[in-house]
Design a protein around this ligand. Structure first.
Ligand SMILES: [Zn+2]
Length: 701
């Protein structure tokens, strides 16, 4: 048996050796791309090309790393940092196409490849990060950096690389290093388990409705959706709601059946806290303790201190300071909202006190009574083509840039559109792909990413190739795609990320475009949402799809007024979760009782009983199974910046102020993470960001 295998193996090896050259020529990843702007040749790329391309790419970078680490010459910025920056080109080329495909064109084969390759990728990463010879050379450049006359950007690049090694434990003594690695291993398993449990909890619960009476209050679209869910799950003539938010929230918003609202919401907020096989309390307790231990090994007081050292916020104190400044006015506002809703309950002649599962329904009622806005009225003004014209037109007004559709550039799907982005004078900036409609092979949500990031090689610009993907409302029957308000804002948001990638003007790839601290990166995207709803901008693109009529002033006024709706609740539930995150990651000793810890944390800030944190500990995936530990605050940190930045435009009386737009392009969009983020912000704004514009925008002032 063994022999047969040996023979088979050796003949396979022979075959591989003979075919290497031939394969190189037929595997598009292993050839130069002769396409326009070296865009990916999608018509040639096949699923079977990925594994051999990855194999070759990993080998190539390993050889590059060995060459840098074993260089006999004295370590210099050029032979160490520059060389490191330019290593792994092929790896990036393959990975970027692969990750675009697994997100937007996924298949079982691709998933299989991803699973198969994952351990190889993490080993590759470890082989680089724990390579002591490489670190010694980086360190020797770092130690003499004062004498090297480096630019600000080079300093930042050097410091980043140096810190990545140190934070990865390269400096620890042997025994600590072993413990450090062990902790990392345990943490990754615990996080996986935490996420798995949440997924199982989410999938376990079904609210099955079998009589029409229990559908009271629900709009037709919601009922149809529930009937489809039931059919998918094999129920006949029934309706099913789940605790996934797109299913649960509409139920909470409209259902008049109070017992059912309680049932579904209770299932949601008890996830991972049911003392059964999917309980997450022990797991998250261990995660928090191991993170504390790891931070201590590296010389930090706690995990938050360790994480924040690399963020714009810098310290837990600064984060807590921002959160507490927002907390008091937000809580006051939420209490006022609670009062208004209780009044509606009383007016209805009902005899109960508002509870968490009542909030969405009565907020919806309050919205109708107070703001009289039906968002469906807006849709006819938001035909997708018009919205795209609006966002492109805005970029043209602010920065003079042009968008030209190119039909000679290959697409990975017929619904994708490709644009060449150019300066006013026609100079090429980069390529933008847009892919806006849902399909079975695409994951949910909306995102920006890249096929190639901007950098400079020997002073020559390598231009970016960026894409935006969404899952927006599709054209139906003879109607074009008409977007919801939320979708319009999302399209502007993702376009903001795209601009961050497209207008990048950095030398080094590791700090270019969206490679900024986590609490800064949502600023250039969120700021675009401000423009999307400003009356001056709305009037340029919000035109009725049948009549061409520009959105009427009354509708804009209603829209602006309604923007303050429910902001107390939205801010409070978010802040409560952000504070909970900070509390878990500033502990100084092991926590014994998870529920008590959470309850104490919420009591301490005076959270009202009618609102729960946006995520309770036992299903807070962002912090226990994702990359946002001590980072859930980031969204509001970026929001302070985007509100303040847009306010700068508003204050000039011109949302198209060219002077400010120029500074914004240079220091924010163009500079990526090449300099300290606060420094860049000050250069753009001329002062530190203020909190007031955000408070005002949310009606918390
Ligand atoms: Zn974003």
């Amino acid at each position: 048996m063994k022999r047969i295998i040996m023979i088979l193996l050796s003949s396979l090896l022979l075959a591989t050796a003979c075919n290497t050259e031939e394969k190189k020529q037929t595997n598009p990843f292993l050839t130069e791309w002769k396409t326009p702007f070296e865009t990916p040749p999608f018509d040639q790329i096949k699923t079977e090309h990925f594994v051999p391309a990855f194999t070759e790419a990993l080998k190539e970078q390993q050889e590059e790393i060995v060459a840098i680490a074993n260089n006999k010459e004295e370590a210099t910025f050029a032979n160490t940092i520059d060389a490191f920056e330019h290593s792994g080109r092929l790896y990036k080329k393959v990975t970027r196409v692969f990750s675009a495909m697994t997100s937007a064109m996924n298949s079982e084969e691709l998933q299989k490849i991803a699973k198969e390759m994952q351990p190889k990728f993490s080993k590759h990463k470890d082989d680089i990060n724990l390579n002591e010879k490489l670190f010694d050379r980086v360190k020797s450049v770092f130690d003499k950096k004062e004498t090297l006359e480096l630019t600000t950007e080079q300093n930042k690049v050097l410091e980043n690389h140096y810190k990545t090694f140190v934070r990865g434990g390269v400096n620890l003594e042997k025994k600590e290093k072993e413990e450090f690695r062990k902790i990392n291993g345990e943490l990754s398993l615990l996080s996986l388990q935490f996420g798995d449990n949440v997924l199982k909890e989410t999938n376990k619960f079904e609210l099955v409705i079998d009589n029409k009476e229990d559908l009271e209050g629900l709009p037709e679209g919601v009922i149809n959706g529930a009937s489809e869910t039931a059919a998918e799950k094999g129920y006949k003539d029934k309706w099913v709601f789940t605790i996934q938010k797109p299913s649960m929230i509409p139920f909470l918003q409209y259902s008049e059946k109070r017992n059912l609202r309680e049932k579904i919401y209770r299932a949601y907020f008890m996830q991972g806290d049911n003392n059964d096989e999917f309980d997450n309390k022990d797991i998250l307790k261990q995660i928090a303790s191991l993170r504390l231990r790891r931070a201590n090994i590296l010389g930090y007081k706690n995990h938050a201190e360790f994480v924040l050292a690399e963020q714009m916020a810098a310290t837990p104190e600064k984060v807590n300071d921002l959160l507490s400044k927002l907390w008091t006015p937000a809580l006051e506002r939420a209490k006022a909202e609670r009062k208004e809703m209780q009044q509606i309950i009383n007016d209805e002649g009902k005899n109960f006190n508002l509870k968490p599962w009542d909030w969405w329904l009565y907020a919806e009622k309050l919205k109708k009574a107070k703001y009289n806005l039906d968002e469906e009225e807006l849709r006819p003004y938001f035909q997708v083509e018009n919205v795209i014209d609006g966002v492109f037109g805005l970029a043209t007004r602010l920065w003079g840039i042009q968008f030209e559709e190119r039909n000679d550039i290959q697409k990975y799907h017929p619904e994708v559109k490709v644009f060449e982005v150019k300066e006013k004078d026609g100079k090429h900036i980069g390529i933008l792909y847009t892919d806006y409609f849902p399909r079975a092979s695409k994951r949910g949500g909306a995102w920006m990413d890249e096929f190639r990031r901007q950098y400079k090689k020997d002073g020559k610009m390598v231009t970016p190739i960026i894409y935006n993907v969404g899952n927006f409302s599709k054209p139906t029957g003879d109607k074009p795609a008409l977007l919801s308000l939320d979708e319009v804002q999302t399209l502007f948001h993702e376009f903001g990320h795209a601009l961050h990638g497209l207008l990048s003007n950095c030398n080094y790839e590791s700090v270019a475009g969206t490679e900024t601290p986590r609490d800064f990166v949502e600023f250039p995207s969120q700021v675009m949402e401000n423009w999307s709803l400003h009356p001056d901008v709305l009037k340029t693109y919000a035109k009725h799809y049948e009549t061409g009529e520009v959105i009427p002033n009354e509708l804009i006024a209603k829209l602006n007024k309604a923007s303050l709706f429910n902001q107390g609740f939205i801010t409070v539930e978010y802040l409560a979760a952000a504070i909970l995150d900070m509390d878990w990651h500033t502990i100084s000793k092991e926590v014994t009782d998870v529920d008590k810890f959470e309850k104490d944390a919420m009591n301490k800030i005076g959270l009202i009983d009618e609102i729960l944190p946006r995520y309770r500990s036992t299903y807070f995936r962002h912090i226990f199974a994702g990359g946002y530990s001590s980072g859930y605050y980031s969204y509001i940190w970026s929001a302070v910046l985007d509100a303040d930045a847009f306010d700068a435009f508003v204050q000039t009386g011109d949302v198209y102020n060219l002077d400010l737009a120029g500074k914004y392009r240079k220091y924010i969009l163009g500079s990526g993470g090449s300099e300290d983020s606060m420094e860049l912000y000050r250069k753009f704004r001329g002062q530190d960001p203020l909190l007031e514009p955000l408070l005002k925008r949310r009606g918390l002032n």
